[in-house]
Design a protein. Sequence first.
Length: 252
Amino acid sequence: MKKENESAHQPAMTKYMRIYTDTKNLILSGHYRDGDQLPEEAAVCEKYGCSRMTVKKAYDMLVADGFIYRKQGQGSFVLSSSSNRDGMELQERELQGFTRSNESTRNGQVSSKVLRFQLIFAPEDIAEILGIEKNAPLYDILRVRNVDDRPYVIEQTYMAPQTIPGITLDIVSSSIYNYIENELGLKIASSKKTMSAEPSDELAWAELGLTEKEPVLVVEQIAYLDNGTPFEYSISKHRYDLFKFSTYSLRR
């Protein structure tokens, strides 16, 4: 079996994302219907000029996002779309930023309203989470994430410049995760999430259009690079009526 070497890492990443996106779009457009079998990995390898490892990575992402499932010894098949995808799903098995979460469910236009972007001295509790020294420089980022100009979530994000250097206002205004993976060439690997429902506050009333009686879905997250380094601590407050939390389980 042909293996991808380190020098081919970036092209391989581009190809697996292309395979993922192309296949997802074929499913969403109805070209592949519920229960249809996807092309075998060998055929996809030939079409995209890549290795089986690259195709497997793309198909793994489609499994994690709930688009396909596998039958051992038979192949990959389109998962039934009978479940409601009107809301944006927070996938338990997949670590992804808001932009890709939206692409997986709605295909709307994502935009960001930056409420705050500054460098601060890291307080002790956040410094401990991110593995940096107390009072070290720390990005303090507060954004409202919109889909088709409709506010969905308020994100409070902390990142250390020593781990994720070069963040600018332009990057904060678009996708930080895309910058981390595509510009810095780092690999985002895992996260620890805690979810809860809380009363909405004045910021949520003003930015998400909620009333005092309406709650928010709060997701507290610590995200890690593939070398085990924590690179992000975030607290996100989601509109309760526009999100749902879903899991995908496979009996082996």
